[in-house]
Design a protein around this ligand. Sequence first.
Ligand code: HEC
Ligand code: HEC
Ligand code: HEC
Ligand code: HEC
Ligand code: HEC
Ligand code: HEC
Ligand code: HEC
Ligand code: HEC
Ligand code: HEC
Length: 382
Amino acid sequence: MPTLFRVRYRTVFVLAVLILAAGWLGANGAIVRADAPSGEALDSYMCPVCHATPNLKMQLASGEFLSVTVEPQTYKQSVHGNVLQCTACHAEITGYPHPARALARPSVRDVPFLMRAYTACGTCHRPEYDQYLGSAHAQALGAGKPDAAICSDCHGAHDMTQANPAQVGLALVPAVYSCAKCHQQEFEDYRASVHGKDLLGKGDPNVPACVDCHNPHSMTQAKNNPDFRRQSLAICVSCHADAQLMTKYGLSTRILSTYVADFHGATAQLYPSRLGQAPEQAMCYDCHSNHNIKSTVSADGLLQANLLAACQKCHADASVNFPAAWVGHHDPTPDNLPLVFWIRGIYNVLITGTILVLVGHIALDIRRVFLNTLRGGNQAHD
Ligand code: HEC
Ligand code: HEC
Ligand code: HEC
Ligand code: HEC
Ligand code: HEC
Ligand code: HEC
Ligand code: HEC
Ligand code: HEC
Ligand code: HEC
């Protein structure tokens, strides 16, 4: 720490103590507030003077203690460290003693307190704030669930870090763990999935983190939400139709085209805009699951084993052979699915042939009418 800084630090500290003492002695009743009968106005620069003190604690109604130390170095290194004074988020604190805080025990979430800070976030970060207001989290909060995520649950309070502008992969690992605090089951499933194993285990930036599929701020309701169900298709194919990316992993680059070509995809594509109504056809996650996605070639054969059950969710009378009706994401070739390949081939030749014959017939017909007209005859063509 530079000497100058240390000296100023000490001076301010002495000042603060004097001010406090003055407040206590009632020698200077400069501000009198309903919730702080006697006290002293505080300038923002004074906050760290007391709050940098290690082990500064506040006793709560239950007798337990809440730490009120804000580690100065951590705060300084945070995104706001050099730009924000403490009162930017704690505007309610204008003097000492501070307004009484109605918090029973440290383990309880102090929602009014958090809400005050998050309203402050909104004054500077309007777009994120507005999106958040419509989110499943804000709705849950409004419905009286105090444990729904507020800005500081995901971002922290005094240790906030820069969000990476290239929001993919590695930069989002901390965000996955922030979700995990509250969504334990989803996290466990995700961690064991092809996607989660790669991101959390190998640091592979090409697989999705939670917020690639769930926008962190607008965070729409995911379960039983018809619009989200429809969007899920676009989310999966944003990567799985990217041929360059999928080639790297030796995966089919024809996921979307094979899906659209099949009975489920074809109808899902035909009726894309029935908003408010959930697509009834199988979406990617009906067969693959959403969080617990497994490799389709893994030795455990879990996908194959679960496939019949997946079909039966919608085709109640599906029998053991039923899953074979799904030809998969690979285009049929003479080796893989020869029957489908040849029938499709014959079909294509037949259709093209029929169309050619028809077009030829019409062309000959037009030619005949044209020649007849040229000859000046008024008679209909023969
Ligand atoms: C003179 C020392 C001192 C100064 C200066 C000070 N605080 Fe505090 N603060 C405390 C103590 C001690 C507590 C523990 C609760 C109590 O005793 O009121 C506390 C508690 C808090 C709390 C948590 C409890 C609550 O009331 O919400 C916040 C937030 C807080 N201070 C913010 C600030 C801000 C912002 C400033 C600057 C404007 C500031 N403090 C200045 C000593 C101080
Ligand atoms: C960007 C907004 C922001 C700034 C700037 C900020 N705080 Fe906070 N502060 C918060 C939030 C949010 C919480 C609640 C954290 C929680 O409970 O998860 C909090 C909590 C606190 C607490 C109570 C301890 C607790 O965990 O509840 C104290 C004390 C405090 N802040 C002091 C300060 C001081 C001192 C500064 C300046 C050095 C400061 N804050 C700057 C947002 C901020
Ligand atoms: C559920 C967790 C979560 C909540 C709640 C949340 N954020 Fe974020 N926020 C993130 C993640 C993850 C990122 C980085 C990823 C991204 O940008 O897509 C981010 C990015 C940001 C950014 C950087 C700019 C940007 O869009 O990339 C700002 C600013 C921000 N959040 C502010 C807020 C504010 C203000 C609130 C409260 C109104 C809030 N956030 C609530 C998770 C959250
Ligand atoms: C008084 C205005 C102000 C308030 C209040 C404020 N911020 Fe910020 N915030 C800023 C500024 C300015 C920056 C940019 C700092 C920089 O670029 O060095 C920033 C940066 C950020 C970033 C990093 C953005 C990025 O692009 O990576 C996040 C995340 C963030 N703030 C979240 C929050 C949250 C959450 C709150 C409330 C708890 C909050 N801020 C309160 C002004 C504010
Ligand atoms: C502080 C705890 C907390 C954190 C952190 C948190 N959430 Fe939530 N989340 C909740 C609560 C509570 C609900 C409401 C659940 C309910 O209504 O039953 C919810 C709802 C949701 C929903 C809608 C659930 C549904 O039924 O459709 C999604 C999706 C979601 N969160 C994803 C995330 C993601 C992704 C992250 C991390 C970026 C995250 N959450 C971080 C607590 C949290
Ligand atoms: C590959 C995309 C994807 C990823 C990655 C993902 N989700 Fe989901 N999530 C979905 C889909 C799709 C649904 C809707 C499932 C449904 O309707 O049954 C969903 C549903 C949810 C729900 C609602 C309740 C439930 O379990 O169905 C929550 C909460 C949730 N996700 C949280 C998370 C969290 C936390 C993470 C990260 C650990 C995460 N998600 C990662 C796609 C994803
Ligand atoms: C951000 C890009 C991205 C998104 C979004 C995404 N995936 Fe993936 N997915 C990948 C990558 C990359 C791999 C290859 C991982 C590996 O093999 O190590 C993969 C692997 C898979 C596999 C395993 C393939 C195999 O047999 O090895 C399946 C199945 C899968 N994804 C399904 C889905 C579904 C369903 C969704 C939507 C709910 C989805 N993915 C969303 C990038 C993505
Ligand atoms: C989420 C529900 C859902 C799941 C899961 C599902 N399907 Fe379907 N499937 C449908 C719907 C709806 C149709 C009717 C499509 C149309 O023509 O509009 C359909 C049509 C079909 C058809 C065309 C013949 C018929 O019965 O109409 C076959 C074959 C089929 N599915 C096979 C499968 C197989 C194999 C699986 C499992 C791997 C499966 N489906 C899983 C909803 C589902
Ligand atoms: C009707 C069930 C069903 C639906 C719907 C479905 N899949 Fe599959 N998927 C499978 C089966 C079975 C396999 C394994 C056989 C194969 O590779 O064709 C598979 C394989 C995969 C693979 C591995 C391909 C490879 O090269 O080994 C990926 C990636 C994949 N699916 C992603 C998706 C995506 C993305 C969607 C949505 C566009 C989707 N799946 C829709 C059943 C389905």
